[in-house]
Write a protein that binds this ligand. Structure first.
Ligand code: ZN
Ligand code: ZN
Length: 358
């Protein structure tokens, strides 16, 4: 295996020993010598090979309970101490430092028993582990297994996902102690389900603001793509909230209405959120500022779709008398910053509104 490839189950340079005890029964010893932060979780496997559950590794005085008869297998993390996970509901991938008995998909929010998120590699690894255990038990002797050989025997033990930059993977640390990696910025903690939305949005907005304050920015003419990002980041956040809102109990008519919320049409989206969920997107934003935002949104539309050139539709919709047909619109720094600050409010409003639904 290429050293640059990232393994979902780490090579540990170690071994597993199944120690046969006189009179029957096996105990297992795991040794690994690689100074990587590979962590280990216990998985309970029934004697017919069915994976039952994760089992906490108990310290002194913290007995762990699991169904008997069964065996406990060690599941090893990747070299960054994380475990790959697959949501079978939305067919997506993420990594977590804490595989838990109940796991929330960071993307779709579905909560399932943790073991349903095991990946093909992990299932294969556990099967090999189980078979080695059974073999030692049947032969009635102590058996040592080279862990690297076991890992090498996995068919797809690499995750190109980890280093594929254009897919924009991001890492998050939750207050509950879990750290996780997802695609995109916005997700729910797989261990406790809390959204990272406000923190992630805050970071992204701060990043855009820092660009606005960059030395090479002409205060009379902020680059169009930079200005457009203010809205596209809000849209990304809004779409994630929409996905969670569409999971709430509702009849089909309402659900399909919710799924159609379009955050490029801000006032329309605000009306719908108010009507369906009593979420005030424009809380603490004056009506004149809402109108201002609509104007900025129309300018963004021109910048993205028309090279910034004013067209009939723009003039009709905005009644903007400061520009003429075919003129190229510009966004100055004050407008860019004002827009950013208003959209930051909208972002926080929509997340808080969603979170207030109990
Ligand atoms: Zn999912
Ligand atoms: Zn958490």
């Amino acid at each position: 295996m290429e050293p640059t490839e990232f393994q979902e189950i780490a090579h540990t340079g170690g071994r597993l020993t199944f120690i046969y005890k006189e009179g029957g029964g096996l105990s297992v010893r795991l040794e690994h010598s690689r100074p990587s932060p590979a962590t280990v979780f216990q998985v309970c496997i029934a004697l017919d090979g069915q994976i039952v559950d994760y089992v906490a590794i108990g310290g002194i005085g913290s007995p762990s309970f699991y169904p008997q008869p069964s065996i406990l297998a060690y599941l090893i993390s990747d070299r960054e101490g994380k475990f790959g996970q697959e949501c079978k509901v939305c067919d997506s991938y993420f990594r977590t430092s804490v595989p838990s008995r109940w796991t929330v998909c960071p993307y779709c929010g579905d909560r399932q028993r943790g073991i349903t998120f095991l990946t093909q590699n992990q299932l294969q690894f556990l099967t090999k582990y189980f078979n080695a255990y059974v073999e030692a038990s049947q032969k009635g002797k102590t058996v040592t297994v080279d862990l690297d050989e076991m890992v090498d025997a996995l068919t797809h033990n690499s995750q190109s996902w980890v280093y594929t930059e254009q897919r924009q993977q991001s890492g998050h640390a939750c207050k509950c102690g879990c750290s996780y990696d997802i695609l995109g910025n916005y997700g729910l903690c797989p261990a406790c389900g809390s959204p990272n939305y406000v923190a992630s949005f805050g970071r992204t907005v701060a990043g855009i603001e820092a660009q606005f304050d960059g030395e090479r920015i002409d205060p009379r003419n902020v680059p169009g793509e930079m200005f457009a990002r203010v809205f596209s980041e809000f849209e990304a956040l809004g779409n994630c909230v929409r996905r969670q809102l569409s999971r709430l109990p509702a009849n089909e008519t309402r659900r399909s209405e919710v799924r159609r919320i379009n955050f490029q049409r801000l006032t329309e989206a605000a009306d719908l959120l108010e009507r369906c969920f009593a979420i005030a997107l424009f809380k603490d934003i004056a009506p004149a500022e809402v109108e201002y935002l609509s104007l900025m949104l129309s300018r963004r539309h021109l910048i993205i779709h028309n090279g910034g050139r004013v067209d009939e539709r723009y003039l009709q919709m905005t009644k903007d008398s400061t520009v003429r047909l075919n003129e190229v619109v510009r966004v100055n720094l004050d407008d860019a910053k004002k827009t950013l600050s208003l959209m930051r409010k909208c972002g926080i409003n929509i997340v808080n509104g969603w979170q207030s639904i109990k």
